[in-house]
Design a protein. Structure first.
Length: 109
C-alpha cells in the first residue's frame, strides 16, 4: 500500500517530513507501513529520527549540520501529516549537490 501526499507517492522505506507539532522544523521519519482503519482513515506507521539538539546530550561540535539519529521511537500518524519526502544518507556519503531535503545519519540501517 502506498499513500499520496502533496503530489508525492510515499512507500514503505521512504523517508518523510512530518508536520511539526511544536517548533518550526518538521519531524524526519522512515515509513514502516500504511494502514486504513475501520473509519476509512489512512494512517502511517513511522520510525522517528532525532536531531542532536533534541537529545539529552544536545548538539556537540562534532555533529554535522544536518545529522540525525535513528531512534527506537515508533509512531502512528494520519497520512495528512506527511509534508513531503526527504533523503537520509549514510554519514560518510558525499553528495555532488546537497538539497534542503538531504539529511545524514551515522547508522541509518
Amino acid at each position: 500500500m502506498a499513500a499520496s501526499s502533496t503530489s508525492h507517492c510515499n512507500c514503505v522505506g521512504d523517508y518523510v517530513l512530518l508536520r511539526p507539532t511544536e517548533g518550526n522544523r518538521p519531524t524526519v521519519a522512515r515509513v514502516e507501513k500504511f494502514e486504513q482503519d475501520n473509519m476509512d482513515r489512512k494512517r502511517v506507521h513511522v520510525r522517528r529520527f532525532y536531531r542532536p539538539e533534541e537529545t539529552v546530550g544536545g548538539r556537540q561540535c562534532f555533529h554535522r549540520n544536518k545529522e540525525l539519529f535513528l531512534s527506537d521511537h515508533y509512531d502512528v500518524h494520519s497520512v495528512d501529516t506527511i509534508e513531503g519526502k526527504c533523503f537520509v544518507h549514510a554519514f560518510g556519503k558525499r553528495l555532488a549537490y546537497e538539497t534542503a531535503n538531504d539529511y545524514f545519519c551515522r547508522f541509518p540501517q
